[in-house]
Design a protein around this ligand. Structure first.
Ligand code: PM9
Length: 459
Protein backbone atom coordinates (compact mmCIF):
# COMPACT_ATOMS: atom_id res chain seq x y z
CA UNK A 1 0.00 0.00 0.00
CA UNK A 2 1.13 3.56 -0.69
CA UNK A 3 2.71 5.12 2.42
CA UNK A 4 0.70 7.96 4.02
CA UNK A 5 2.67 9.70 6.80
CA UNK A 6 1.09 11.90 9.41
CA UNK A 7 2.40 15.40 10.09
CA UNK A 8 1.72 17.89 12.84
CA UNK A 9 -1.45 19.87 11.99
CA UNK A 10 0.24 23.16 12.93
CA UNK A 11 3.34 25.17 12.24
CA UNK A 12 5.70 26.69 14.79
CA UNK A 13 5.40 30.43 15.47
CA UNK A 14 7.56 30.82 18.58
CA UNK A 15 10.33 28.74 20.11
CA UNK A 16 11.86 28.35 23.54
CA UNK A 17 15.61 27.79 23.54
CA UNK A 18 16.96 24.73 25.33
CA UNK A 19 20.09 24.58 27.44
CA UNK A 20 22.65 21.83 26.94
CA UNK A 21 24.64 20.72 29.98
CA UNK A 22 27.87 18.75 30.36
CA UNK A 23 28.12 15.27 31.83
CA UNK A 24 29.89 16.72 34.87
CA UNK A 25 27.12 19.34 35.41
CA UNK A 26 24.46 16.64 35.21
CA UNK A 27 26.27 14.43 37.71
CA UNK A 28 26.28 17.33 40.18
CA UNK A 29 22.65 18.23 39.44
CA UNK A 30 21.26 14.71 39.98
CA UNK A 31 23.25 14.31 43.21
CA UNK A 32 21.82 17.59 44.50
CA UNK A 33 18.36 16.33 43.49
CA UNK A 34 18.78 13.21 45.66
CA UNK A 35 18.61 11.04 42.49
CA UNK A 36 14.99 12.13 42.01
CA UNK A 37 14.16 13.68 38.64
CA UNK A 38 11.29 15.65 40.26
CA UNK A 39 13.88 17.59 42.25
CA UNK A 40 15.98 18.68 39.26
CA UNK A 41 15.84 22.30 38.21
CA UNK A 42 14.09 22.59 34.86
CA UNK A 43 16.96 24.66 33.44
CA UNK A 44 19.30 21.70 33.98
CA UNK A 45 17.10 19.54 31.73
CA UNK A 46 17.59 19.22 27.97
CA UNK A 47 14.53 17.26 26.80
CA UNK A 48 11.84 17.23 29.48
CA UNK A 49 9.80 14.03 29.36
CA UNK A 50 8.89 14.08 33.06
CA UNK A 51 5.19 14.52 32.39
CA UNK A 52 2.58 15.58 29.87
CA UNK A 53 0.84 17.61 32.59
CA UNK A 54 0.55 21.37 32.14
CA UNK A 55 3.49 21.37 29.74
CA UNK A 56 1.72 21.28 26.37
CA UNK A 57 2.08 24.12 23.89
CA UNK A 58 -1.04 26.27 23.70
CA UNK A 59 -2.23 27.40 20.29
CA UNK A 60 -2.44 31.03 19.09
CA UNK A 61 -6.20 30.75 19.67
CA UNK A 62 -5.69 29.68 23.26
CA UNK A 63 -3.25 32.55 23.82
CA UNK A 64 -5.82 34.93 22.34
CA UNK A 65 -8.29 33.48 24.82
CA UNK A 66 -5.88 34.38 27.62
CA UNK A 67 -6.26 38.02 26.56
CA UNK A 68 -10.05 37.68 26.79
CA UNK A 69 -10.03 36.81 30.49
CA UNK A 70 -12.94 38.14 32.51
CA UNK A 71 -11.37 38.24 35.95
CA UNK A 72 -14.52 39.05 37.87
CA UNK A 73 -14.69 37.28 41.22
CA UNK A 74 -18.12 35.88 40.44
CA UNK A 75 -19.89 34.79 37.26
CA UNK A 76 -16.99 35.26 34.82
CA UNK A 77 -18.00 35.03 31.16
CA UNK A 78 -15.18 32.51 30.68
CA UNK A 79 -16.74 30.15 33.23
CA UNK A 80 -19.94 29.97 31.19
CA UNK A 81 -17.97 29.36 28.00
CA UNK A 82 -16.06 26.57 29.75
CA UNK A 83 -19.20 25.05 31.30
CA UNK A 84 -21.07 25.04 27.98
CA UNK A 85 -18.08 23.54 26.17
CA UNK A 86 -17.86 20.76 28.76
CA UNK A 87 -21.55 20.01 28.26
CA UNK A 88 -21.27 20.10 24.45
CA UNK A 89 -18.10 18.00 24.18
CA UNK A 90 -18.16 15.83 27.30
CA UNK A 91 -21.92 15.58 28.00
CA UNK A 92 -21.85 16.60 31.68
CA UNK A 93 -24.50 19.11 32.70
CA UNK A 94 -22.85 20.67 35.76
CA UNK A 95 -19.23 21.80 36.12
CA UNK A 96 -17.26 22.80 39.21
CA UNK A 97 -13.85 24.26 38.31
CA UNK A 98 -10.82 23.26 40.41
CA UNK A 99 -7.17 24.28 40.35
CA UNK A 100 -6.23 20.89 38.85
CA UNK A 101 -7.30 17.25 38.86
CA UNK A 102 -6.51 16.45 42.47
CA UNK A 103 -8.70 19.34 43.65
CA UNK A 104 -11.64 17.58 41.98
CA UNK A 105 -10.58 14.22 43.47
CA UNK A 106 -10.51 15.73 46.94
CA UNK A 107 -14.03 17.15 46.68
CA UNK A 108 -15.52 14.01 45.17
CA UNK A 109 -13.85 11.70 47.70
CA UNK A 110 -14.96 13.82 50.65
CA UNK A 111 -18.56 13.88 49.48
CA UNK A 112 -18.93 10.27 48.43
CA UNK A 113 -16.68 8.10 50.60
CA UNK A 114 -17.46 6.98 54.16
CA UNK A 115 -15.04 5.32 56.54
CA UNK A 116 -14.60 1.65 55.57
CA UNK A 117 -15.90 2.03 52.00
CA UNK A 118 -14.32 0.35 48.96
CA UNK A 119 -13.62 2.16 45.72
CA UNK A 120 -12.96 -0.09 42.73
CA UNK A 121 -10.86 1.33 39.91
CA UNK A 122 -9.07 0.20 36.75
CA UNK A 123 -5.61 0.45 38.34
CA UNK A 124 -4.58 2.96 40.96
CA UNK A 125 -3.45 6.48 40.27
CA UNK A 126 -1.28 8.10 42.93
CA UNK A 127 -3.33 11.19 43.82
CA UNK A 128 -6.69 9.51 43.18
CA UNK A 129 -5.97 6.63 45.55
CA UNK A 130 -4.55 8.94 48.21
CA UNK A 131 -7.71 11.09 48.27
CA UNK A 132 -9.84 7.95 48.50
CA UNK A 133 -7.75 6.74 51.44
CA UNK A 134 -7.72 10.11 53.20
CA UNK A 135 -11.53 10.04 53.04
CA UNK A 136 -11.53 6.61 54.77
CA UNK A 137 -11.87 4.37 51.69
CA UNK A 138 -9.91 1.40 50.35
CA UNK A 139 -8.91 1.25 46.72
CA UNK A 140 -9.58 -2.08 44.96
CA UNK A 141 -7.90 -2.87 41.65
CA UNK A 142 -10.40 -4.36 39.16
CA UNK A 143 -8.40 -4.00 35.94
CA UNK A 144 -7.80 -7.09 33.77
CA UNK A 145 -4.65 -9.08 34.65
CA UNK A 146 -3.11 -8.31 31.25
CA UNK A 147 -2.70 -4.68 32.35
CA UNK A 148 -0.06 -5.75 34.86
CA UNK A 149 1.91 -7.60 32.20
CA UNK A 150 4.22 -5.28 30.25
CA UNK A 151 4.44 -7.75 27.35
CA UNK A 152 0.74 -8.49 26.85
CA UNK A 153 -0.43 -7.02 23.55
CA UNK A 154 -4.10 -6.86 24.57
CA UNK A 155 -5.55 -3.89 22.61
CA UNK A 156 -7.60 -2.66 25.60
CA UNK A 157 -5.45 -3.16 28.68
CA UNK A 158 -7.54 -0.53 30.49
CA UNK A 159 -10.55 -2.90 30.54
CA UNK A 160 -12.28 -3.93 33.74
CA UNK A 161 -12.42 -7.58 34.78
CA UNK A 162 -16.15 -7.94 35.48
CA UNK A 163 -15.49 -11.00 37.69
CA UNK A 164 -13.38 -8.87 39.98
CA UNK A 165 -16.27 -6.41 40.32
CA UNK A 166 -18.73 -9.26 41.02
CA UNK A 167 -16.41 -10.72 43.66
CA UNK A 168 -16.06 -7.37 45.38
CA UNK A 169 -19.79 -6.72 45.59
CA UNK A 170 -20.37 -10.28 46.84
CA UNK A 171 -17.75 -9.74 49.55
CA UNK A 172 -18.56 -6.24 50.82
CA UNK A 173 -22.06 -5.44 49.50
CA UNK A 174 -23.14 -2.63 47.17
CA UNK A 175 -23.76 -0.18 50.00
CA UNK A 176 -20.03 -0.19 50.79
CA UNK A 177 -19.16 0.86 47.23
CA UNK A 178 -19.90 4.58 46.81
CA UNK A 179 -18.79 4.61 43.19
CA UNK A 180 -16.72 2.82 40.59
CA UNK A 181 -13.86 4.96 39.28
CA UNK A 182 -12.89 4.31 35.68
CA UNK A 183 -9.96 6.04 34.00
CA UNK A 184 -9.81 6.38 30.26
CA UNK A 185 -6.34 5.67 28.83
CA UNK A 186 -5.01 4.27 32.08
CA UNK A 187 -1.85 6.13 33.05
CA UNK A 188 -0.15 3.63 35.36
CA UNK A 189 -0.84 0.72 32.97
CA UNK A 190 1.17 2.51 30.29
CA UNK A 191 -1.42 4.82 28.72
CA UNK A 192 -3.72 1.93 27.82
CA UNK A 193 -7.35 2.38 26.68
CA UNK A 194 -10.62 0.87 27.82
CA UNK A 195 -12.99 -0.29 25.08
CA UNK A 196 -16.44 1.22 24.63
CA UNK A 197 -17.91 -2.26 24.94
CA UNK A 198 -16.27 -2.84 28.31
CA UNK A 199 -17.25 0.58 29.64
CA UNK A 200 -20.82 -0.23 28.56
CA UNK A 201 -20.68 -3.44 30.61
CA UNK A 202 -19.39 -1.52 33.64
CA UNK A 203 -22.23 0.97 33.16
CA UNK A 204 -24.86 -1.83 33.12
CA UNK A 205 -23.25 -3.38 36.19
CA UNK A 206 -23.37 -0.03 38.02
CA UNK A 207 -27.03 0.46 37.02
CA UNK A 208 -27.88 -3.01 38.28
CA UNK A 209 -26.26 -2.34 41.66
CA UNK A 210 -27.34 1.33 41.81
CA UNK A 211 -23.72 2.46 42.08
CA UNK A 212 -22.41 5.71 40.57
CA UNK A 213 -19.92 5.49 37.68
CA UNK A 214 -17.20 8.13 37.93
CA UNK A 215 -14.85 8.85 35.04
CA UNK A 216 -11.24 9.97 35.44
CA UNK A 217 -11.29 11.65 32.04
CA UNK A 218 -7.78 13.09 32.13
CA UNK A 219 -6.81 11.41 28.84
CA UNK A 220 -10.22 10.66 27.31
CA UNK A 221 -9.35 11.94 23.82
CA UNK A 222 -6.38 9.60 23.57
CA UNK A 223 -8.63 6.73 24.63
CA UNK A 224 -11.17 7.74 21.97
CA UNK A 225 -8.46 7.71 19.30
CA UNK A 226 -7.49 4.14 20.21
CA UNK A 227 -11.16 3.09 20.05
CA UNK A 228 -11.38 4.63 16.57
CA UNK A 229 -8.27 2.71 15.51
CA UNK A 230 -8.99 -0.61 17.22
CA UNK A 231 -12.63 -1.23 18.15
CA UNK A 232 -15.08 -2.74 15.68
CA UNK A 233 -17.75 -0.29 14.56
CA UNK A 234 -15.84 2.91 15.40
CA UNK A 235 -13.64 3.40 12.31
CA UNK A 236 -16.05 5.89 10.76
CA UNK A 237 -16.71 7.88 13.91
CA UNK A 238 -14.71 10.96 14.81
CA UNK A 239 -12.66 11.28 17.99
CA UNK A 240 -15.09 14.00 19.01
CA UNK A 241 -18.08 11.67 18.69
CA UNK A 242 -16.31 8.87 20.55
CA UNK A 243 -15.23 11.21 23.38
CA UNK A 244 -18.86 12.28 23.84
CA UNK A 245 -20.08 8.68 23.80
CA UNK A 246 -17.51 7.61 26.42
CA UNK A 247 -18.42 10.46 28.75
CA UNK A 248 -22.15 9.93 28.27
CA UNK A 249 -21.82 6.39 29.68
CA UNK A 250 -20.68 7.81 33.02
CA UNK A 251 -22.42 9.85 35.74
CA UNK A 252 -19.65 12.18 36.86
CA UNK A 253 -16.04 12.99 36.05
CA UNK A 254 -12.81 14.33 37.50
CA UNK A 255 -10.52 16.04 35.05
CA UNK A 256 -6.96 17.27 35.06
CA UNK A 257 -7.24 19.66 32.13
CA UNK A 258 -3.45 19.97 32.06
CA UNK A 259 -3.20 16.88 29.86
CA UNK A 260 -5.70 16.29 27.01
CA UNK A 261 -7.05 19.84 27.05
CA UNK A 262 -3.60 21.45 26.78
CA UNK A 263 -3.69 24.16 29.42
CA UNK A 264 -0.93 24.95 31.88
CA UNK A 265 -3.24 24.78 34.89
CA UNK A 266 -6.82 23.79 35.64
CA UNK A 267 -9.26 20.99 36.21
CA UNK A 268 -12.86 20.31 37.08
CA UNK A 269 -15.42 18.04 38.62
CA UNK A 270 -18.43 17.51 36.36
CA UNK A 271 -21.68 15.62 36.82
CA UNK A 272 -25.29 15.22 35.77
CA UNK A 273 -26.78 14.93 39.24
CA UNK A 274 -28.01 18.19 40.74
CA UNK A 275 -27.68 17.07 44.36
CA UNK A 276 -24.04 16.06 43.82
CA UNK A 277 -23.45 19.42 42.14
CA UNK A 278 -24.86 21.30 45.11
CA UNK A 279 -22.69 19.38 47.57
CA UNK A 280 -19.64 19.98 45.36
CA UNK A 281 -20.36 23.71 45.31
CA UNK A 282 -20.46 23.70 49.11
CA UNK A 283 -16.99 22.16 49.29
CA UNK A 284 -15.37 23.97 46.38
CA UNK A 285 -15.76 27.27 48.20
CA UNK A 286 -13.87 25.77 51.15
CA UNK A 287 -10.90 24.34 49.26
CA UNK A 288 -10.64 26.02 45.87
CA UNK A 289 -12.64 29.22 45.38
CA UNK A 290 -16.10 30.37 44.36
CA UNK A 291 -18.08 27.82 42.30
CA UNK A 292 -17.68 29.88 39.12
CA UNK A 293 -13.87 29.85 39.17
CA UNK A 294 -12.68 27.12 41.55
CA UNK A 295 -8.92 27.57 41.52
CA UNK A 296 -8.77 29.04 38.03
CA UNK A 297 -8.31 32.52 36.60
CA UNK A 298 -10.89 33.63 34.03
CA UNK A 299 -8.21 33.61 31.31
CA UNK A 300 -7.31 30.01 32.13
CA UNK A 301 -10.95 28.93 31.86
CA UNK A 302 -11.08 30.57 28.43
CA UNK A 303 -7.91 28.78 27.28
CA UNK A 304 -9.40 25.54 28.58
CA UNK A 305 -12.66 25.95 26.66
CA UNK A 306 -10.65 26.46 23.46
CA UNK A 307 -8.23 23.62 24.33
CA UNK A 308 -11.09 21.14 24.71
CA UNK A 309 -12.26 21.90 21.17
CA UNK A 310 -8.74 21.46 19.75
CA UNK A 311 -8.08 18.27 21.71
CA UNK A 312 -10.77 16.23 19.95
CA UNK A 313 -9.69 16.98 16.37
CA UNK A 314 -8.79 13.78 14.52
CA UNK A 315 -5.65 15.20 12.90
CA UNK A 316 -4.40 16.50 16.25
CA UNK A 317 -4.87 13.11 17.86
CA UNK A 318 -3.26 11.26 14.97
CA UNK A 319 -0.11 13.39 15.28
CA UNK A 320 -0.14 13.28 19.08
CA UNK A 321 -0.33 9.50 19.38
CA UNK A 322 1.71 9.14 16.17
CA UNK A 323 4.65 10.87 17.83
CA UNK A 324 4.51 8.57 20.86
CA UNK A 325 4.38 5.57 18.51
CA UNK A 326 7.33 6.93 16.53
CA UNK A 327 9.50 6.92 19.65
CA UNK A 328 8.16 3.56 20.84
CA UNK A 329 8.77 1.87 17.50
CA UNK A 330 12.36 3.10 17.36
CA UNK A 331 13.01 1.63 20.78
CA UNK A 332 11.30 -1.65 19.91
CA UNK A 333 13.34 -1.99 16.73
CA UNK A 334 16.51 -1.74 18.83
CA UNK A 335 15.27 -4.38 21.26
CA UNK A 336 14.51 -2.02 24.16
CA UNK A 337 11.87 -3.62 26.41
CA UNK A 338 8.87 -1.27 26.65
CA UNK A 339 5.23 -1.68 27.64
CA UNK A 340 3.19 -2.98 24.73
CA UNK A 341 1.07 -1.85 22.97
CA UNK A 342 2.72 1.58 22.84
CA UNK A 343 0.65 3.96 24.99
CA UNK A 344 -1.16 7.18 24.21
CA UNK A 345 0.87 9.72 26.16
CA UNK A 346 4.16 8.03 26.88
CA UNK A 347 6.57 5.22 26.19
CA UNK A 348 7.23 3.16 29.32
CA UNK A 349 10.61 1.42 29.71
CA UNK A 350 10.57 -1.91 31.50
CA UNK A 351 13.20 -1.33 34.18
CA UNK A 352 12.95 -4.89 35.50
CA UNK A 353 14.22 -6.24 32.20
CA UNK A 354 16.74 -3.48 31.56
CA UNK A 355 18.29 -3.74 35.04
CA UNK A 356 17.79 -7.40 36.04
CA UNK A 357 20.65 -7.15 38.56
CA UNK A 358 18.75 -4.61 40.72
CA UNK A 359 16.06 -6.12 42.99
CA UNK A 360 12.77 -4.23 43.12
CA UNK A 361 13.45 -3.29 46.76
CA UNK A 362 16.30 -1.16 45.39
CA UNK A 363 14.03 0.74 43.00
CA UNK A 364 15.42 -0.12 39.53
CA UNK A 365 13.09 2.33 37.73
CA UNK A 366 14.18 5.21 39.95
CA UNK A 367 17.82 4.30 39.26
CA UNK A 368 17.19 4.05 35.51
CA UNK A 369 15.51 7.47 35.35
CA UNK A 370 18.51 9.01 37.14
CA UNK A 371 20.97 7.21 34.82
CA UNK A 372 19.12 8.42 31.71
CA UNK A 373 19.32 11.99 32.96
CA UNK A 374 23.08 11.75 33.61
CA UNK A 375 23.70 10.20 30.20
CA UNK A 376 21.70 12.66 28.14
CA UNK A 377 19.97 15.44 30.10
CA UNK A 378 16.61 13.77 29.32
CA UNK A 379 14.22 13.86 32.26
CA UNK A 380 11.80 10.95 32.73
CA UNK A 381 9.73 9.72 35.67
CA UNK A 382 9.74 6.57 37.80
CA UNK A 383 6.43 4.64 37.74
CA UNK A 384 7.14 1.58 39.86
CA UNK A 385 7.65 0.73 43.53
CA UNK A 386 8.51 4.29 44.58
CA UNK A 387 5.29 5.67 43.05
CA UNK A 388 3.23 2.78 44.40
CA UNK A 389 4.16 3.75 47.98
CA UNK A 390 3.14 1.80 51.04
CA UNK A 391 -0.03 -0.07 51.95
CA UNK A 392 -2.23 2.35 53.90
CA UNK A 393 -3.16 -0.34 56.47
CA UNK A 394 0.02 -2.43 56.91
CA UNK A 395 2.68 0.17 56.10
CA UNK A 396 4.41 -2.36 53.83
CA UNK A 397 5.89 -1.29 50.49
CA UNK A 398 3.70 -2.17 47.52
CA UNK A 399 5.70 -4.12 44.95
CA UNK A 400 3.83 -3.60 41.67
CA UNK A 401 4.42 -5.96 38.76
CA UNK A 402 5.11 -2.96 36.56
CA UNK A 403 8.45 -1.34 37.38
CA UNK A 404 8.63 1.34 34.72
CA UNK A 405 10.31 4.53 33.59
CA UNK A 406 7.92 6.85 31.77
CA UNK A 407 9.12 8.89 28.80
CA UNK A 408 6.14 11.23 28.66
CA UNK A 409 5.59 13.28 25.54
CA UNK A 410 4.19 16.79 26.07
CA UNK A 411 1.58 17.76 23.46
CA UNK A 412 2.77 19.86 20.50
CA UNK A 413 6.16 20.58 22.10
CA UNK A 414 8.94 18.41 20.71
CA UNK A 415 9.89 17.31 17.20
CA UNK A 416 10.76 13.93 15.73
CA UNK A 417 14.44 14.89 16.04
CA UNK A 418 13.96 15.13 19.81
CA UNK A 419 12.45 11.66 19.69
CA UNK A 420 15.49 10.39 17.74
CA UNK A 421 17.86 11.82 20.36
CA UNK A 422 15.75 10.28 23.11
CA UNK A 423 15.82 6.84 21.51
CA UNK A 424 19.60 7.01 20.99
CA UNK A 425 20.10 8.05 24.63
CA UNK A 426 17.98 5.20 25.99
CA UNK A 427 19.92 2.74 23.86
CA UNK A 428 23.24 4.09 25.19
CA UNK A 429 22.04 3.74 28.79
CA UNK A 430 20.90 0.21 28.07
CA UNK A 431 24.34 -0.73 26.72
CA UNK A 432 25.88 0.32 30.05
CA UNK A 433 23.03 -1.00 32.18
CA UNK A 434 25.29 -3.20 34.30
CA UNK A 435 26.95 -0.07 35.73
CA UNK A 436 23.66 1.27 37.17
CA UNK A 437 23.35 0.66 40.92
CA UNK A 438 20.30 0.09 43.12
CA UNK A 439 19.03 2.84 45.44
CA UNK A 440 17.74 3.35 48.96
CA UNK A 441 15.76 6.20 50.47
CA UNK A 442 17.62 8.85 52.47
CA UNK A 443 14.34 10.76 52.94
CA UNK A 444 10.91 9.20 52.49
CA UNK A 445 7.85 11.47 52.67
CA UNK A 446 4.76 9.84 54.16
CA UNK A 447 2.46 10.70 51.26
CA UNK A 448 3.12 10.71 47.49
CA UNK A 449 6.75 9.91 48.24
CA UNK A 450 7.83 9.92 44.59
CA UNK A 451 7.51 13.70 44.39
CA UNK A 452 10.02 14.68 47.05
CA UNK A 453 11.79 11.49 48.16
CA UNK A 454 15.59 11.49 48.15
CA UNK A 455 17.88 8.54 47.45
CA UNK A 456 21.47 7.34 47.46
CA UNK A 457 23.15 4.43 45.75
CA UNK A 458 23.34 1.15 47.61
CA UNK A 459 27.04 0.42 48.06
N1 PM9 B 1 -1.00 13.05 36.40
C1 PM9 B 1 1.17 12.80 35.48
O1 PM9 B 1 2.30 13.23 35.31
C2 PM9 B 1 0.72 14.71 37.09
C3 PM9 B 1 1.58 14.49 38.26
S1 PM9 B 1 2.04 12.86 38.77
C4 PM9 B 1 0.99 12.66 40.13
O2 PM9 B 1 0.76 11.75 34.93
C5 PM9 B 1 -4.70 11.01 36.33
C6 PM9 B 1 -4.96 9.82 35.48
C7 PM9 B 1 -3.51 11.70 36.21
C8 PM9 B 1 -3.27 12.82 37.07
C9 PM9 B 1 -2.05 13.51 37.06
C10 PM9 B 1 -4.29 13.18 37.99
C11 PM9 B 1 -4.13 14.34 38.92
C12 PM9 B 1 -5.46 12.45 38.05
N2 PM9 B 1 -5.62 11.37 37.22
O3 PM9 B 1 -1.98 16.52 38.47
O4 PM9 B 1 -3.78 17.11 40.05
O5 PM9 B 1 -2.62 11.32 35.32
O6 PM9 B 1 -3.93 17.87 37.73
O7 PM9 B 1 -4.22 15.51 38.23
C13 PM9 B 1 0.25 13.51 36.34
P1 PM9 B 1 -3.43 16.83 38.65
Amino acid sequence: MEKRSWAEPYRIKMVELLKMTTLQERKVAIKEAGLNTFLLKSEDVYIDLLTDSGVGAMSDRQWSGIMMGDEAYAGSRNFYHMRDTIQDYYSYKYTVPTHQGRGAENILSQIMIKDGDYVPGNMYFTTTRLHQELAGGHFVDIIIDEAHDADSEHPFKGNVDMDKLDKLVAKVGADKIPYVCIATCVNMAGGQPISMENLGEVKSWCNKHKILLVHDMTRVAENAYFIQQREKGYQDKTVKQIVYELCALTNAATMSSKKDAMVNIGGFLAMNDEALYEKSCELVVVYEGLHTYGGMAGRDMEALAIGIKESVQDNHMQARVGQVEYLGEQLLSEGVPIVKPIGGHAVFLNARTILPHIPQEQFPAQALAAALYVESGIRSMERGAVSAGRDHDTGKNFMPKLELVRLTIPRRVYTQAHMDVTAESVIRVMKNADKVKGLKFTYEPKMLRFFMGRFEEVS
